[in-house]
Ligand binder design. Structure first.
Ligand SMILES: Nc1ncnc2c1ncn2[C@@H]1O[C@H](COP(=O)(O)OP(=O)(O)OP(=O)(O)O)[C@@H](O)[C@H]1O
Ligand SMILES: [Mg+2]
Length: 368
């Protein structure tokens, strides 16, 4: 073979940017391992495991407040729906905000870190009732999560997983769909909207944008609008979120939406159609601008291809009419094609699981 045609083996960059220990402990045996993909979201945590189990719980942990609530629920924390249901009897913790665990790192006093760890452990128990083999887990984070927040996540995984890999959430979604080239994924969560353009390699910093105005922002906005219009209506943000999840829309035409809220204890009906539309639409300009930025700063030869393959994921992508509205917003950019993933709830965890099953040993951070 001609000398010039000899190809050097490709050196792949590690997918994780997490720091690696200097001396690696031995890799746990993969043949006996359970692989899991974890989407530890601000609003909802989901897991997809190689044994076929898939679980999702709202990201809430509740601790009994006093000995009466301990008598009712036991001393163990409550998770997800159960914690929410009994929120008046427990100290309710939502450990993540804007996609990252809140608080001062690995300190034992960090209630959020402890709650996040307990929640992940709970998810794993649901995913893996038996077997003592090692667990390899890939965890998704916001596209541009800081090194510090990735470090906190690794700390959270210690003692729960045997090996961990931290990946950008929208990249995990793309990996799960086998779309790794000429596409743009927009993951609309509660704490963040994460955008990532795919071009056949691992995404770098300039390929990703994280916006802080996402589902939680819509909930706050909707609460404010309803409070302004109906000052006597009694409601909290959970009730407003439920309303949005049942009827959220951004399209021009929609059926009237009526909320049932008490006024001085008596249930009443309130028309919230306009408020719901305004609140849901409030995050769209930011998303369209970010799509425009990621397209405009890309190689001109491939801009057309990326523009024609914009994929929406995450719970917020379920707002009725969203793909069409983003499509319309992109008309000024020369048009585009926007679609939504089939499984917005599990797309991240599915992709993370696929990655966990395929990545060779040197990509992993072993947790001693
Ligand atoms: N049918 C729906 N219509 C509109 N919004 C919805 C719907 N279902 C869920 N959501 C919203 O989607 C958001 C949750 O999406 P998702 O579960 O992808 O977020 P997350 O992963 O927990 O958050 P993040 O990725 O920001 O950490 C919440 O704001 C929720 O209210
Ligand atoms: Mg998410």
């Amino acid at each position: 073979m001609d000398k010039k045609t000899v190809k050097k083996p490709l050196r792949r960059k590690p997918i994780t940017t997490s720091p690696r220990p200097r001396t690696l402990p031995p890799l746990p045996l993969k043949s006996e391992a359970l692989f899991v993909g974890i989407d530890l979201g601000t609003c909802r945590a989901s897991i997809a495991a190689s044994n076929g189990v898939r679980e999702v719980v709202p990201t809430y942990v509740g601790y009994p407040k006093d000995n009466i609530s301990e008598e009712l629920f036991g001393a163990e924390p409550l998770f997800g729906e159960l914690a929410l249901k009994h929120r008046l009897s427990v100290e309710l913790i939502r450990p993540l905000a804007h996609g990252v665990i809140q608080g001062d790192g690995a300190s034992g006093n960090n209630k959020n870190l402890v709650a996040a760890q307990q929640l992940v452990r709970h998810l794993l128990q649901r995913a893996r009732p038996k077997s003592n083999g090692p667990i390899y887990g890939v965890i998704g984070t916001p596209a541009r999560a800081s090194i510090a927040s990735k470090r906190i996540l690794i700390d959270a995984a210690r003692g729960i997983l045997d090996a961990v890999m931290i990946v950008s959430e929208p990249f995990a979604v793309a990996y799960g769909l086998d779309i790794l080239d000429r596409a743009l994924v927009v993951d609309i969560g509660a704490g963040t909207v994460d955008l990532c353009r795919l071009h056949g390699t691992l995404p770098e910093e300039q390929d990703q944008i994280t916006l802080d105005e996402a589902g939680d922002f819509v909930d706050k906005k909707l609460s404010n609008l309803i409070r302004k219009k109906y000052p006597r209506a009694q409601f909290n943000v959970n009730m407003v979120r439920t309303l949005k999840e049942q009827h959220g829309f951004v399209s021009d035409n929609a059926d009237r939406v009526t909320a049932h809220f008490p006024v001085e204890g008596r249930p009443k009906d309130f028309d919230v159609t306009g408020e719901l539309q305004t609140a849901c639409r409030s995050i769209v300009p930011g998303i369209v601008n970010s799509i425009a930025r990621l397209i405009a700063t890309y190689d001109p030869e491939f801009q057309e291809a990326i523009r024609s393959n914009v994929i929406l994921a995450g719970g917020g992508s379920q707002m009725i009419g969203l793909a069409t509205l983003i499509d319309q917003g992109m008309e000024e950019l020369g048009g585009g094609r926007v679609t939504r993933v089939e499984e917005p709830v599990f797309a991240g965890a599915n992709g993370a699981l696929k990655m966990a099953q395929r990545m060779p040993g040197h990509f992993w951070q072993i947790l001693a």
